[in-house]
Ligand binder design. Structure first.
Ligand code: FNR
Length: 194
């Protein structure tokens, strides 16, 4: 490891009591224990309209997008917990990816400056029996398409309403360790690449 890897952790949910936001915090703790510097953010703090090219041509980037893109550019990798909406990722997460994929002034049109050369670990939790696994397949494909190295390990945690206690703690020790390990794996992999 040449320097401490910088990771950004967030979920694809805008919900205040998001279970995926709880999940990503566990992975973030695992990555921090493995030596990464982890910053956790909430997409709700970066409000942005639905990407509409006409709107973009008139107004340019919202401040929130520039701020988020700046944070993503400064990171080496991402820990992303993605709720499954109708078998896919959330519209909010896809919309965010679309916004930050657009080139800023001075960047080549296909620079994908906040994605290319970065790593990611993806995870999900949902009340269903597959734990949001179907959405992860789509998210993996999208991230790889914009140049992110998504590590093979991933986690989908079923029974989301039962696995966290009232304090938001993931109660099953074996499950918790797997989620911590996912964060540690991303930290270690990223550390070898930077
Ligand atoms: C869902 N949910 C859901 N769950 C699932 O396992 N598979 C699915 O396809 C869907 N589809 C879906 C669509 C929409 C529009 C909503 C609002 C919800 C349930 C979803 O997993 C649940 O609401 C989670 O709690 C969402 O994650 P957060 O917000 O708690 O992180």
């Amino acid at each position: 490891m040449t320097r401490q890897p910088k990771l950004l952790a967030f979920s694809g949910s805008l919900r205040k009591n998001s279970l995926n936001s709880l999940l990503v915090q566990v992975t973030a703790a695992g990555a921090a224990q493995a030596g990464a510097e982890v910053t956790t953010l909430h997409l709700k703090d970066f409000p942005m309209p639905l990407y509409d090219q006409d709107w973009f041509d008139e107004h340019g980037f919202p401040e929130s997008v520039l701020k988020l893109k700046g944070l993503m550019k400064a990171a080496d990798g991402f820990l992303i917990a993605s709720p499954e909406y109708n078998g896919s990722l959330t519209g909010a997460l896809k919309n965010m990816i679309d916004w930050v994929s657009r080139a800023e002034e001075g960047e080549a049109p296909l620079a994908l400056s906040c994605f290319v050369g970065k790593t990611a670990a993806i995870m999900a939790t949902s009340p269903g029996g597959l734990g949001g696994l179907r959405g992860l397949n789509h998210l993996r494909q999208i991230l790889e398409g914009v140049g992110v190295l998504v590590i093979p390990a991933q986690q989908a945690v079923p029974g989301a309403f039962q696995v966290f206690n009232e304090s938001g703690h993931l109660t099953n020790d074996v499950q918790r360790q797997s989620i911590l390990d996912l964060g540690a794996t991303l930290a270690q992999t990223t550390g070898k690449l930077i």
